[in-house]
Ligand binder design. Structure first.
Ligand SMILES: [Zn+2]
Length: 410
């Protein structure tokens, strides 16, 4: 195979993915105005349903605009040998392959962030604002950006530097060391996410003694679950949308509730949402997800190790000096259809797990408060209640509200 053929394969993958996504989004949009099935027709009143329809179509049109823009920029970058240009720029600073790679990715990241930030700004301060979701201030928006960059530079840059170093030392066996590094890092991050990362962006306070806390403790005791770490996070700093999640394991396990969730839901409903989260833990979904993502990483790194030394990868992107970092980009693009498929499989399992966690809440607590809680969450985020089946199959990590209610009532 010549590098020109490989170039066209990569362009083909990018364009096909775009077309496929557009078709799926279009199918989904055909159902924005469907009548709501009986089981969920009390989620919105007539006026709110209208509002949710406008929200869906606004986001749909905005998504169409941003993805088309991003496709055009990407293709132009390819056609005008953007990678070669940035690579030369990075090489003009230093001759150390690790430094070159860091500078290279730094330029690419900052460049793409520079292009995408106006869209993110518009999404937050125009669209979310218009529908009453936005609570983010300009200051929070800017600080979030800066903190995001720093984290990316330290964590992403550190891991990349180590992986290239492994490659220099061990050649094609680098993938084993890289795998061990990524595995240890993901377990560490999973364990200490709430302690190390969350405080950078949010304030979290232990849930104070109150009737809610008593109800939660009573429930936790009834299922023999040791839950002394319940935290409330100031999600309302950014958005009115509500959430709850579980993180860590062993002695580090904790439940985090958004303050917006506590405001919007009744105590019974919050306990049932929590029972659902406990279900994920008890059914070992958290461990399953962690292990399967580590195994997938291993597989990807192994396949990467077979191709990374081939100069054709760099040549396909129009870069004359072959290198690990250019090979990595070409590989990432060629691998994207496969990661699309593994993502699909992970979503499939995730939806299965949601049913299991719902059932856990149903059998160890109650199903009706979970149903009414889920309805409120959908209503308050103006969720799409009538997504297309194919769209759900591809993108949804959770079953639809209707499917969950049917299963809970079954
Ligand atoms: Zn869940």
């Amino acid at each position: 195979m010549t590098s020109t053929t490989l170039f066209y394969i990569i362009i083909g993958i990018i364009i096909l993915k775009f077309i496929f996504d557009k078709i799926l989004n279009h199918l989904n949009a055909q159902h924005f105005n469907d009548d709501l099935p009986e089981e969920i027709n009390d989620v919105y009143d007539a006026e709110e349903y209208k509002k949710s329809q406008t929200y869906k179509s606004t986001n749909y049109r905005f998504g169409l605009l941003t993805s088309t823009f991003s496709l055009v920029v990407t293709l132009l970058f390819f056609v005008f040998d953007g990678f070669e240009y940035v690579d030369n720029l990075a090489r003009s600073y230093n001759s150390n392959p690790i430094i070159i790679a860091l500078v290279f990715f730094g330029i690419i990241m900052i460049g793409s962030d520079f292009i995408s930030t106006p869209f993110a700004y518009y999404k937050t301060f125009v669209i979310e604002e218009k529908f009453g979701f936005n609570k983010t201030t300009g200051k929070t928006f800017i600080f979030d950006k800066i903190k995001g960059w720093l984290m990316m530079a330290i964590l992403g840059g550190g891991i990349l530097a180590l992986i290239i170093w492994f490659y220099q030392l061990t050649g094609k066996y680098f993938w084993l060391y890289a795998w061990a590094l990524v595995a240890v890092f993901s377990i560490f991050l999973n364990m200490f996410y709430a302690k190390l990362i969350v405080p950078l962006f949010n304030k979290q306070t232990p849930l104070e003694d109150c009737s809610l806390r008593d109800k939660i403790s009573e429930y936790a005791k009834s299922v023999g679950f040791n839950l002394d770490k319940i935290f409330v996070i100031d999600g309302s700093k950014r958005s009115t949308k509500a959430n709850a999640y579980f993180s860590g394991f062993g002695s580090e396990k904790r439940v985090t509730l958004y303050d917006t969730l506590i405001n919007d839901l009744e105590e019974d409903e919050i306990v049932s949402v929590l029972a659902h989260e406990v279900g994920h833990y008890k059914k070992k979904h958290i461990v399953f997800n962690l292990i399967s993502s580590i195994l997938l990483t291993g597989l990807t790194l192994f396949i990467l190790s077979i191709f990374i030394s081939k100069p054709i990868l760099s040549e396909a992107l129009g870069v004359s000096i072959p290198s690990f970092h250019i090979g990595l980009i070409a590989f990432g693009l060629l691998y994207s259809p496969i990661s699309e498929i593994t993502g699909l499989i992970m979503n499939y399992f995730s939806r299965k797990f949601e049913y299991q966690a719902d059932n856990y809440a149903k059998y160890t607590y109650k199903s009706e408060p979970l149903i009414s809680g889920l309805k409120k969450l959908s209503k308050n985020s103006l969720s799409n209640l009538t997504p297309h089946k194919a769209f759900v199959f591809m993108h949804y990590s959770h079953p639809t509200l209707l499917e969950r209610i049917m299963s809970l009532r079954n």
